[in-house]
Design a protein around this ligand. Sequence first.
Ligand SMILES: Cc1ncc(C[n+]2csc(CCOP(=O)(O)OP(=O)(O)O)c2C)c(N)n1
Ligand SMILES: [Mg+2]
Length: 800
Amino acid sequence: MHETISQDDLVILGELERKVLWLASWTIHHANHVRENTDGLKIGGHQASSASLATIMTALYFGILRPQDRVAVKPHASPNFHAIQYLLGKQTREKLENFRGYKGAQSYPSRTKDTDDVDFSTGSVGLGVAQTLFSSLVQDYVRAHGWGLDRAEGRMVALIGDAELDEGNIFECLLEGWKQGLRNCWWIVDYNRQSLDAVIREGLWQRYEELFRNFGWEVVILKYGSLLEAAFREPGGDILRQWIDRCPNQLYSALVFQGGAAWRRRLNDDIGYQGPVTSLIEARSDEELARLMTNLAGHDLPTLVDAFGRIRDDRPVCFICYTIKGYGLPFAGHKDNHAGLMTPAQMESFRLAMNIRPGHEWDRFEGLRADPQRLQAFLGKVAFAAGGERRLTAPHFPAPEELVVNIQPEMSTQFGFGALLNELAREKSELVSRIVTTSPDVTVSTNLGPWVNRRGLFAHEALADTFKSERIPSTFSWEFSAKGQHIELGIAEMNLFILLSALGLSHAINGERLIPIGTLYDPFIARGFDALNYACYQDARFILVATPSGVTLAPEGGAHQSIAEPLIGMAQDGLAAFEPAYVDELAVILTFALDYVQRGGDGGDSERNWLRDETGGSIYLRLSTRPIEQIKRTMTPALRQAIVDGAYWLREPGPNCQVAIAYTGAVAAEAIQATGFIAEDRRDVGLLAVTSADRLNAGWTAAMRARERGLAHARSHIEQLFAGLPPHCGLVTVLDGHPATLAWLGAVNGHRVRPLGVEHFGQTGTIADLYRHYGIDTNAIIAAAQAVAPGRPIRHLRVL
Ligand SMILES: Cc1ncc(C[n+]2csc(CCOP(=O)(O)OP(=O)(O)O)c2C)c(N)n1
Ligand SMILES: [Mg+2]
């Protein structure tokens, strides 16, 4: 559309800009002062930030963007986004009136909670920015594989607060973008020189400029609007330009806040009485002078439309747009304006200035000068909205009924994972062609090597493995091509999670489903945790394989041994966590995962869906490098279901069970051994294998909620498993991770419980040393059994 933006269209855009500013401000004001606000919580942080971006967003959404483009909006500019969607008929008045309320329009644009077609959720600053970069890479990946070629290639656009650029993850992803040949990505910096607390440092734009250029980006600096540019061309204009170029951010902001008379005083003091520039200043009223001096490019539609419209190629571009935080509002430029809200009196004058009649605040064209029919006709042909529903869908590829793998007598789950992927890599199914693996420089050490050998690495341009062509023996073939199915990342874990998020939304963004599998070391989930949370919040779908884990990594020491991750696995919404002990369990879980990540049913609020079984979600597998003796058994449908539901009795408790042991993961060997010993002195001992504390717990919660809502017969999996346990029976739980992960099992039927696990940073040593040190070895399990099921001494208990 921008090729044809005429003067007339610019006039309409100007009207819409006013409207966006008004609607965003009114939405916020309404939530604070009009709607009943019983909690007394003020809604700060949006008004000034939205005003800062109102012009840029008007230019983009109504003039520049195309249906295939996708945008991550600066979190606090969400009222602008909702206002724009409202004008385009895609947001309701009801949702705006309920901004930040229960089921109202969201404070920060949300893919999962908003209904007006948000492309990328934002909120935790920096993450949405990086998401656009990775989404561009994913678009390239999809197209390079020959999918989605019937759709136009889109641009991924981020609207960024200048203080947002302090977030390290932005620089991490810049580096990755450079490595992977980033294209079709625009970052538009709202350079208002204000953060939340204060006015930012001088001259940051130069640092940004150098930085982006270094990474191969084009940088466009948009500083002055058309009024200022015209004034600079007047006699004396060069002096005015020099003054403004040298004006410190703090002073500029203060003058913006103070207005026309203050501008005049200051300009006269600093540069006045120098001939032509004096006339330039004197020729303007206070109001005109203020308008001139605040005419930065980020508030000047002709400049913006022209600059955006000039970009014809696919190079990544960073636009640094000078803006004023709170532009057009009474607290414009004030350093404390982040949480600024207009008082009712200020709102009243703003309403008058905007020509809005009381009671007509939500009317779409109220107060605009242009003919409503023309406005409507203009909105009707806005390119951005012309493609209809922006959220795409993709078919669900059937997952195999089961995954077969050769089970060796002793194996670790990590090794089993590599073997399972190797088997998958041999298959020619559509599902397998959609799998894309990725890892932050731990591909080989997390056992993705065999998969990569078969499926290759992805890059735009083919690159052979020189070691191979030189015939130097190596276990791994490292060949890149446009058909490769592994994306190798640098070490930054934030990048892993944001890439998983982008890959895991491909069905909705590109209309082409990918099944991403990412591997990393378990403790480093914490490094990228906010990005993981963000990915889940957007409902991106992926399988995360974290290996190795826990103190079982014995000689690696505390820095590499994860403790809290099992609790993260339980607490993270949108992520179903599993920690199998045996490779046959892992095969079942992976089969489930390949299907679960593709589910897209509308589970609504039903209790059945507390585990997200209908809606699906992402998967986290916590694996280990410890080889343990495998169980020879035939997988039955019942066992399969139990593994997915989270637990099964490896040894059924008898009717007079005195103690039951519940374990997760690599401590299976200790749990089995201890159970054997305990059984010599305690009756009917049970051994519960917990494959997913997360799903087991969620199932329990769901059943309780269901019963409280009248479904008297609802029973969860754990309740069924525990149904036969007598009340006096004691429970011992054990895992290589925080003991709280399984401690809740005692609450299911009120059994006495002794939870064993790891609570302190790891030592180095052998597995035996460390299991003994933390009290998760055979002896500790026996001692705990003795404590929860008193009776004659258990003979194998060694007193240490
Ligand atoms: C990761 C994270 N840390 C802190 C915040 C709180 N916060 C929200 S906006 C903001 C400052 C934003 O400044 P800028 O990006 O320049 O946007 P502006 O307010 O100028 O529009 C901060 C610190 C956040 N949302 N996310
Ligand atoms: Mg700012």
